[in-house]
Design a protein around this ligand. Sequence first.
Ligand code: ACO
Length: 401
Amino acid sequence: IDIKTLRSATNGMITIDPGYKNTGSCESAITFLDGEKGILRYRGYSIEELAEKADFLEVAYLLIFGELPNKEQLAKFHDDIKEESHIDEEMKKILDAFPKSAHPMGVLTSLTSALIAFNPVSVNVSSEQAMYHAIVRILAKFPVLVAWTLRKKKGLPLDYGDDSLGYVENFHKMMFKRPNKEYTKNEIVIEALDKLLILHADHEQNCSTSTVRIVGSSHAGLFASLSAGISALWGPLHGGANQAVLEMLEAIEADGGDTKKYMAKAKDKNDPFRLMGFGHRVYKNFDPRARIIKKAADEVLGDLGIEDPILEIAKGLEKEALEDKYFVDRKLYPNVDFYSGIIYRALGIPTDMFTVMFAMGRLPGWIAQWREMRLRKEPIGRPRQIYIGENHRPFKSVDLR
Ligand code: ACO
């Protein structure tokens, strides 16, 4: 059956698939994932090779436009982004109005929505040129918003970036530059950050990406679609797991490091506790990103001279899970979030900022998926249901109820 026939074929037939476990929502040429074999590729390039050899901006270009950029294309892309990094000063007032205790994900999704009001032109993206403009705008402004979110939390003055730096280094500097203090680049830190952002950059039709596509399918603009995606990412079953993992590891450490006790809790069906950072809807084998991040955690902590006891707790849990019948039978392996928080922590990023860092990494993937959906002129996303409520019944006025 061809896609056109399928699109118009309702004929009273509806498939019910809670959680869309077996339902494809689109055709996509962006990310290939084989969950049985543990393979992940962006536009045909293996995640291992990209994490090793590419930088985040190259990967963003690859995901969004389909090919790795040559030198000129990359330079132009970067220049176009730099042109757009300014944020309306009024946005600072909005940020100011949030309490310091606000969760950074709430702040980030609000600021992303607020950007629409200051960039109305980004809503109407009927031409490819307008689409490109909206894309470079958000790639430019989003790292500033992330940095501001962190600086607000830490009570540091807000600032803009430094155009002479690379995209990721500039992002790092915007986050961590201290007033009246020279910023010095730490290669290890920037490389680790680059790697983490690349590993999070896309993962086909996950919860937040599907959200971005479905919101965008109503022709809401790019920024509105992204803001919805950020909200979807926030939950602990999705991107919020990285914060939940670290809090879980800290709790285990504070409780004497008894990993066996927590393994038992995770297996107990009467206990709501789950081993955060374990399991995945699609991977029924090792998540290849987890493999790379685990190795990177060892290297980064080693290079920075940090000995973190929770890294040992994480490794202990993984070892036990790999030998445990419950986890083996259900094919539960560490996912991307299991080791990422340990690196974020080593880089000085507060725990409640971890999911924001995930959003920063996922930004090009969301953009690529939104662009693909618009260019393919996909119809509005509108699932069906099977009604299981009351039959028709007469209305009773309030005094008769
Ligand atoms: N700890 C203990 N048991 C688990 C875990 C876990 N982390 N994950 C799944 N299980 C069990 C379930 O209880 C279920 O057992 P049952 O068959 O006896 O009922 C079985 O494994 C299948 O799990 P489901 O929840 O049906 O799998 P689903 O595909 O719906 O959920 C999910 C996947 C949400 C990732 C789940 O594994 C989970 O909650 N993991 C912990 C949270 C997490 O790490 N999320 C991040 C995912 S990666 C990402 O989004 C970036």
